[in-house]
Write a protein that binds this ligand. Structure first.
Ligand SMILES: N[C@@H](CCC(=O)N[C@@H](CSS)C(=O)NCC(=O)O)C(=O)O
Ligand SMILES: [Fe+2]
Length: 234
């Protein structure tokens, strides 16, 4: 991570979600990526202890397994803007087109559209810090499932190869989830050892069609709330 940016990786255990805080040391303005409703109080307290003002709460996609904390964070930080990729129909203050550049003080993130797990997934790339926040597009030694939310395994294969594996090999990978206690990886590691993405497209599609994962416990509640920015729909 860049010396100019304060960085924290936080974990929410019910959904095994990683939330990331990036704080500009100069301006004290901060961005949070993939906050969870259950851990908003913890995250807001930490931000305040670090002397940071949260100005943007971003999601990598409309989550199916938990409710986003973006709306609840507004109560702690006046003027907070929520953000999401522009391919989503969900409510959000900002919608980012492909290659859009987010700037907050000395924090710079490039938005790369990486559909496939959902049609609206994005990866936030920190070129200065050499890191990519991949959401569920690329997990450590895995990837997001493609069996709901307009998922498509061929699209995901292309997104990961064209938009994530094309980054420098030493870029770190920070996913939205991990179910095995792993915290980060690198482009080099995933290109070498990811058991799904090292395969041909045909083999990848076959793997994804036979994952046999259970339907996420919270999906029926989480999707309508998250389409409404984490607020209960009327
Ligand atoms: N058991 C969990 C959901 C687990 C799950 O389906 N995770 C998603 C990411 S959250 S949308 C996924 O894509 N997993 C891929 C994999 O290979 O594990 C629950 O019930 O919430
Ligand atoms: Fe997801």
């Amino acid at each position: 991570m860049s010396q100019k940016v304060l960085f924290r990786q936080l974990f929410e255990k019910e959904s095994s979600t990683y939330t990331y805080i990036l704080g500009c040391k100069r301006t004290k303005k901060a961005i949070i990526i993939d906050p969870v409703d259950l851990t908003v109080e913890r995250d807001a307290k930490l931000l305040k202890e670090l002397g940071l003002t949260l100005v943007k709460a971003l999601n990598t996609h409309v989550h199916a397994d938990h409710i986003t904390g973006t709306h609840l964070l507004r109560a702690h930080f006046e003027g907070l803007q929520t953000g999401l990729g522009s391919a989503n129909t969900a409510k959000s203050d900002e919608k980012f087109d492909d290659n859009f550049k987010i700037e907050v003080g000395d924090i710079n993130l490039e938005v790369r559209h990486t559909p496939g797990h959902t049609n609206g997934c994005v990866t936030y790339v920190d070129h200065d810090g050499g890191a990519a926040f991949t959401g569920d597009a690329l997990l450590i030694r895995g990837c997001g499932r493609t069996d709901f939310q307009e998922g498509c395994s061929k699209t995901l294969f292309k997104s990961v190869h064209d938009r994530i594996f094309s980054l420098p090999e030493d870029f770190k990978i920070y996913p939205a989830h991990d179910y095995k206690g792993q915290t980060s990886s690198s482009v080099h590691e995933e290109k070498q050892f990811n058991p799904r993405l090292t395969k041909s497209e045909t083999e990848f599609v076959d793997i994804m069609e036979n994952l046999g994962l259970a339907y996420p416990k919270m999906i029926d509640k989480a999707l309508p709330w998250n389409l409404n920015c984490g607020v209960e729909p009327e």
